[in-house]
Design a protein around this ligand. Structure first.
Ligand code: KG4
Ligand code: ZN
Length: 349
């Protein structure tokens, strides 16, 4: 355990949970954590298959990670020996892909004899936004990506209560699928967002899903089907994009605002790839809540956010993870054995 933060403690963060190889460096200074490097290799090998091929993702992580580490160190202007801790995602994600970054991180920590922190991928996303505004809990955290649409209540650091999640498709997945059917390309989020600027958001009267109902769940598969029907009836790609985006954004914002009222929270952090969406950011700005988003480059999967979660664990003087910690493909944000959220709860007991 590192005793003080009078000079920067440099943390390396690694994320290989899906199809992005991310390596980042965070400096933990007396005034808090600062991202010093964020290097991401977004795999393109999957494009011809129309989805992520797990075995190809693992192989590509193996090939790239050795190149990304020196790049990240150079970007941060530090040497390997300057690292004071290493953090890596241990779940959830693709098993083989996770194992590459986790084993790499554990091996590096062992070789450098520095603490290792196993981090839950979603906790990394949450810290990417919270750190940007220097926020501490309590807050609500909305994680919106290609694989997740999760709303958590975070009463204290490291404590997560699931408030609501999607019943079916993740919102980013719906952006990707609607973009594909409209012929707008991949990844769908930025493509929909760009096309929507030229479309009429009121052209197709999509109903924002699950609004006016009790509870805080989300659902995007009905909206995706409605978009398919509108496309078959001849709606333009631009109107489809603008109308779909409007309905999806209204569902995310409407449910989050109701949850904030129900849980008595005035602050919300929004993260994950879809948090880059301009309409979403503009709609949240109208809510009266204090809303934090990640800085550029930290919305989508990256290693810096994992280093930020590790830095929070280090700052809170949490016990580092056992090097025996293994990867978990499916794991809820609360109990990650040996991980950062679990360590915080152990400490609070
Ligand atoms: O967090 P992320 O990199 O990966 C997962 O953990 O899934 O998120 C990727 C998702 C994709 O579905 C992509 O279409 C979406 O984030 N996305 C966006 C935007 N930029 C990326 N969705 C809406 N608007 C955007 N500007
Ligand atoms: Zn992610």
């Amino acid at each position: 355990m590192l005793a003080c933060v009078s000079e920067p403690v440099y943390l390396l963060g690694i994320d290989t949970s899906c199809d992005d190889t991310g390596v980042g460096v965070v400096a933990l200074t007396a005034s808090g954590p600062e991202v010093r490097a964020n290097v991401v290799w977004s795999q393109t090998v999957h494009a011809e298959y129309g989805g992520v091929m797990p075995e190809l993702a693992s192989r590509e992580h193996v090939e790239r990670i050795d190149q990304l580490l020196p790049q990240a160190l150079a970007e941060a202007s530090i040497e390997l020996a300057d690292l004071g801790a290493v953090a890596a995602t241990s779940g959830p994600g693709l098993m083989g892909a996770l194992l590459v970054g986790l084993m790499y991180g554990k091996g590096l920590a062992q070789a450098l004899t520095v603490p290792f922190y196993a981090v839950h991928h979603l906790e990394g996303h949450v810290y990417a936004a919270a750190t940007e505004e220097n926020l501490a809990p309590p807050y609500l955290a909305l994680v919106v990506s290609g694989g997740h649409t999760h709303l958590f209540d975070v009463p204290t650091q490291g404590e997560y209560h699931l408030v609501g999640a999607t019943r079916d498709d993740a919102v980013g997945e719906a952006f990707d699928k609607v973009a594909r059917l409209a012929g707008l390309g991949y990844p769908g989020g930025p493509a929909i967002s760009a096309a929507a600027e030229r479309g009429d958001p009121l052209a197709i009267p999509f109903k924002p899903p699950l609004q006016g109902q009790a509870g805080f769940e989300f659902s995007f598969s009905g909206l995706k089907t409605a978009a398919l029907l509108a496309h078959q009836r001849g709606a333009s790609a631009e109107d489809l994009a603008a109308s779909f985006q409007r309905a999806a954004v209204r569902a995310l914002v409407g449910t989050s605002v109701r949850a904030a009222e129900a849980y008595g929270r005035e602050t919300l952090v929004v993260s994950g790839g879809v948090a880059a969406n301009r309409e979403l950011r503009a709609a949240f700005a109208q809510t009266g809540l204090r809303v934090a988003f990640p800085a550029g480059g930290l919305n989508t999967d990256n290693g810096a956010m994992i280093a930020l979660a590790g830095a929070a664990a280090l700052q809170a003087r949490q016990t580092s993870s056992d090097l025996g910690v293994s990867a978990a493909a499916y794991v809820p944000l609360a109990p990650l054995p040996g991980g950062s959220a679990a360590a915080a709860r152990r400490k609070a007991r």
